[in-house]
Each structure stands twice: as structure tokens, then as C-alpha cells.
Ligand binder design. Sequence first.
Ligand code: NDP
Length: 403
Amino acid sequence: MGKTLVIGAGGVSSAAVHKMAMNSDIFSEITLASRRKFKCDDIAKSVKEKTGVEIKTAEVDAMDVAAVVALIKESGAELLVNLALPYQDLKLMDACLEAGINYLDTANYEPEDEAKFEYHWQWAYQERFKEAGLTAILGSGFDPGVTSVFATWLKKHKLENIRQIDILDCNGGDNGKAFATNFNPEINIREVTADARHWEKGDWVTSPAMTHKVAFDFPGVGEKNMYLMYHEELESLKTHFTEIERARFWMTFGDAYINHVRVLEGIGMTSIEPVMHEGHEIIPLQFLKSVLPDPSGLGELTKGKTCIGDIATGQAKDGSGEKTYYIYNICDHEECYAEVGSQAVSYTTGVPAMIGAAQILKGNWKEPGVWNMEQLDPDNFMDMLNEHGLPWQVKELDGPVQF
Ligand code: NDP
């Protein structure tokens, strides 16, 4: 159906490219490019073994717009799927505009020297994509991504409006390591050490990172401590669903993880301010990343399940008063590894990236412009989640959350 160029060859990319190859009726030709070609070749070898599909590989620096444009032209792609890092989003959007192809990513742009999770840089591309007749889809992972589509599906089928929403992200998996992150360590640690922020009655409420803790009994996982934190979809959800009074994001962390982060932060290892080390300037967090386990190698070691979803409260469509729904997916680390060689955090991000890309190639999401996931029709995306390894469930709760 369409030729696709994937940029980045980490954990998320590996899961996404395997799933694209399993759907070769939609992804007729895949080119995978990253800054180190051998990482692409490793993924291509596994894809060939698991699916029989040949993918092309290339080396490219995503910050080099001219090189990316040349690669787009050479590959004949009509869609670029950005599974590199958030720092590269704007350059890759520039390359798509210049080459005249569509764009999709899983994380909002971040300047490398500021841990700011804001959409305005990418929203500023709206007119340029519209005028070029091209589509850019932002945040097609699980959160943001599936959690945003869950909210839209509830609003389309169950609730007239969403008064309050809580996004609950639980990783009940264990990889046996003293300390390891489940996706890129640099991005993960920037996220969890940032101030917690939630939307309440028309304003942001800020609190220190990892201080507001609640125990929650997650379906398929059991009781875990989850912490209030900021996540980028809060900004887009409160912007596009203007009726939302309160929007919060929660993520589970074990005590050992929290203790490690606190110690590392206390001694300055999570800082993104440059320091001099033996005559060279280094960024402590980037150095830390280089000594931590590579998340793409954790697949074989990780056991347990993830459970990610939304609890939303609003007026029922059928006029029966206020209702609360919990909509979620449970995903098993070992099953993901058996299928595509990745742990569930890479899988739950890579599969929605594949499904979002499929929406563009199938022509379901073709409106020119820059869109967040909750702005798009949810139905085919939700069907594809059920068909491609991320089945979801929805249940009515007795009332709004009490935490
Ligand atoms: P990884 O670090 O494993 O992979 C990133 C890849 O991008 C690596 O292959 C890296 O190359 C490559 N890369 C980095 N810089 C460049 C560059 N300048 N040019 C070309 N390639 C480059 O990250 P993950 O797979 O864990 O995460 C990928 C993305 O997914 C991130 O943006 C992350 O924030 C997002 N994410 C989104 C989630 C969601 O639910 N929405 C959840 C989890 C992650 P090299 O291998 O050489 O380092």
C-alpha cells in the first residue's frame, strides 16, 4: 500500500518494524535508517528470520536535513516514521516538508539543553503542513498515543464530555537489574525528574517530582505504587477537550527505582548542564546513559505485565447521568519477546506507531496539518489494537476516582 522510511533503530523501532513487516499488505516497502547502520542491520536480520520480509537499511544523521531529504527521495517513501529521539523531531518535520511526504512520531520535541515537554514547537508547523497538503501525526505511541485515542473513543461512544481524566501507566515487569529504564534512559530520566504537573480548573498545578504517591490495584498486575507526574498528552488533551476540569498522569515505580533516581539526582548525575571532565565537556546524564543497560537488550530478561489506560468521568451519551469508565490494555513482557524480540514497553510503543502509520497509508487519517492523536477518528485504530497484539477492555466503575 505504501513505502515507509523509519528513522531510529532502538527498542521501539525494532518492535514497530517487525510489526510493519508482518503487515506487508499495508507496508509494501520498508527502509530503516539510523546513525549507526549496524543497529538497522541487526533489526533487518531478525525481521527476515521472523517474517521472511527483506527491509532496506541505511545510515543517516537525523539532524542533517539535506541527508534525510536525499534518503527520502532514494527510498521513494510517502511516510517518515520518526522513532529516533525527541531532539530530532523538528529537523525530521523540516525534511518531510522539503521532500513532500507525511510524518509521524511518538514523543514531542524537546530541546536537548532544556527538559521541557511542550507541543508549541511542533504545533507551529500546522500551517506549513496544511499548505503542503501533508499530514503530521504527533505522539503515536502508547502514552501519548493509545491513551489519547482511548479518551477520544470514550468521547465518541460513551461520554458526551470528559470532566476529569486520569492516565495510569503501570509497568509490573521485572528485568532483574539493580537499575534499568525501559526506554531510552536519557529521555526517561529527564521525564521522571521533572516537576509533577497536572491540569485543574483552568490552570497547571505543580508539585515536586515523585512526591505524590497512591497505591492502585492494576488489572492483571496487582497493587502497585503510582506517582503523579507530568506527561505531554496532558497539554494536548486539555487543549483539544476544552471541557476537561482535571487531567492527571500517574506512573508506577518500585522503591528501588525511586531510591536510585534520588541518589543519582542528589549527586548531580541526572543533570543536563555541561561539566568539564579531564579537559572535555560532558553532560552528566548522557554519561550516565552510557553506563546503564540498553533498554533494547532487556527483552529476554523481563517478566511480568504492563497495564496502561485511562479512567474518565463525564456525562453519559444516553442521558443516564455522570458515568466513569476505565479503559486499558494489559501486555505481557514475555509474550512480546516471543513475538518480536522486544520487552512490553518497546512493544506497547512500537505497535501503536505501526498502527498510526497504517492509518496514514490506508488514507483514514489524511487531513493535511499537524494533529495529536485525540483529534483523529479512533475507530479503525482501536480495531487494529485488538487485531495486532494490544487488545483493550473497558469497564464502568462505581463512580469517579477517589484519589
Ligand atoms: P533508543 O535510544 O533505544 O533508540 C533511539 C534510536 O534513535 C537509536 O537507534 C539511536 O541511534 C537513534 N538516533 C539517535 N539520534 C540519532 C540521530 N541524530 N540520527 C539518527 N538516529 C539517531 O530509544 P527508544 O527506542 O527507547 O525510544 C524511541 C522514541 O520513542 C523516543 O523518542 C522515546 O521518547 C519514544 N517513546 C515513546 C513512548 C510513548 O508511549 N509515546 C514510550 C517510550 C518511548 P543509536 O542506536 O546509534 O544510539
